[in-house]
Design a protein around this ligand. Structure first.
Ligand code: SAM
Length: 279
C-alpha cells in the first residue's frame, strides 16, 4: 500500500475482524444496504464515459453498479485500505477491464488523471482528519466534478443500531465516550458537521438530504441475533466479553429483537450528501 496516513487501529480493524465479517457475509450485507448505495448513486447520476472514484469500496458492490452506469468507455477506480475486502472486490470485478481496485488510503490518494465524480457507500466516515481528507478528494476531481455519498445519521435515529445497542448496554457498561466526530460509522451524524467539513474542504453546492429505509437484520430472529452480535455498535461492545457476559448480552438481544420478529427489519436512517468541486 502506498500513501498510508490512517491510524494503525483503523487499518487493523478493516484488515482483521471487520474484514472477516464483511467478506464472509458479503452477499447478505450487500442486500441489506443496497438501498442506501442506490440512493448515493442516484444522487450522483453517473453517465456513460465518466471516470468515477469509489471511496472505501470494500467488497466492491457499488463499484460494479457504477461500472455498469459508466460503461466500457468510462472507468471506475475503487479504493480501500482493507486488503481482504479488496481481494473479494477483485474476484467480483474480474473481466471488467474498465475497473481498477487499489489498496490506498483515500485521504492521501493521488490519481494519474482527475475524476468526473466521486461516490461512496458508508466509506468516508473513518478519516482521522476529515477536512484534509475531503480536500484531497476534492483535488482528485476535475473542476465542476461532483461527489455523492451516504453516511449514517445519529444512532438514536437508526433503530437497526439503537435497539441492539440498548440491549447490550443493559448488560455491559458503556465504553468511554468518544470525542465528538471521532472516526467511526456515526462520525457524520450531525448535518452541521457534514456541511462544515465539506465547506472547509473546498466543496460547493453541498446538499444533505435525509433518507430512511427498512434494513433487514434477519429473515428469522436467529439470523437477526447473529447479525446484531457480529456487526454494528452492539457487536463492537461484545468483542472482549467473558462467555458468561456474552450469554447475558445474547439473552438481552433476543428479548429486544423478538418483538420485531420473526422477520426483523428495522429502520436505517442516512444522509445522502452531494457536493461539487467549484469550477
Ligand atoms: C462500512 S465499510 C463500507 C464498504 C463498502 N463501501 C460497502 O458499502 O460495502 C467502510 C469501508 O471503508 C474503508 N475505509 C476506511 N477508511 C478508508 C480510507 N481512509 N481509505 C480507503 N478506504 C477506507 C474500509 O476498509 C471499509 O471497506
Amino acid at each position: 500500500m502506498t500513501n498510508l496516513a490512517l491510524g494503525t487501529n483503523e487499518i487493523e480493524f478493516w484488515n482483521g475482524v471487520a474484514a472477516d465479517r464483511w467478506v464472509t457475509h458479503q452477499a447478505e450485507l450487500d442486500a441489506r444496504i443496497a438501498v442506501y448505495g442506490r440512493a448515493a448513486i442516484d444522487a450522483l447520476r453517473p453517465v456513460a464515459g465518466e471516470r468515477v472514484l469509489d471511496v472505501g469500496c470494500g467488497c466492491g458492490d457499488t463499484v460494479l453498479t457504477l461500472a455498469e452506469r459508466v460503461g466500457a468507455a468510462g472507468r471506475v477506480v475503487g479504493l480501500d485500505v482493507s486488503r481482504r475486502m479488496l481481494e473479494r472486490a477483485r474476484e467480483r470485478a474480474r473481466g471488467a477491464t474498465h475497473v481498477d481496485l487499489a489498496l490506498e488510503d483515500a485521504a492521501v490518494y493521488r490519481p494519474s488523471e482527475p475524476f468526473d465524480a466521486i461516490c461512496s457507500r458508508f466509506g468516508v466516515m473513518f478519516f482521522a482528519k476529515p477536512v484534509a481528507a475531503f480536500a484531497n478528494l476534492r483535488s482528485t476531481l476535475r473542476p465542476g466534478g461532483r461527489m455523492a455519498f451516504v453516511c449514517w445519521r445519529a444512532i438514536a435515529e437508526n433503530p437497526w443500531a439503537a435497539v441492539p445497542l440498548g440491549a447490550a448496554l443493559s448488560v455491559v457498561p458503556p465504553p468511554p465516550p468518544a470525542p465528538e466526530g471521532a472516526p467511526g460509522p456515526f462520525a457524520f451524524a450531525d448535518e452541521a458537521r457534514v456541511r462544515a467539513v465539506l465547506g472547509e474542504a473546498g466543496f460547493a453546492d453541498v446538499t444533505v438530504t435525509p433518507f430512511d429505509a427498512p434494513m433487514l437484520l434477519g429473515e428469522t430472529l436467529e439470523a437477526a441475533l447473529r447479525y446484531a452480535s457480529e456487526m454494528g455498535p452492539a457487536a463492537r461492545l461484545m468483542s472482549d466479553l467473558s462467555p458468561a457476559d456474552s450469554a447475558r448480552v445474547m439473552a438481552a438481544l433476543e428479548a429486544a429483537l423478538a418483538p420485531h420478529g420473526p422477520r426483523v427489519a428495522l429502520t436505517g436512517a442516512v444522509w445522502v450528501v452531494s457536493a461539487r468541486r467549484p469550477d
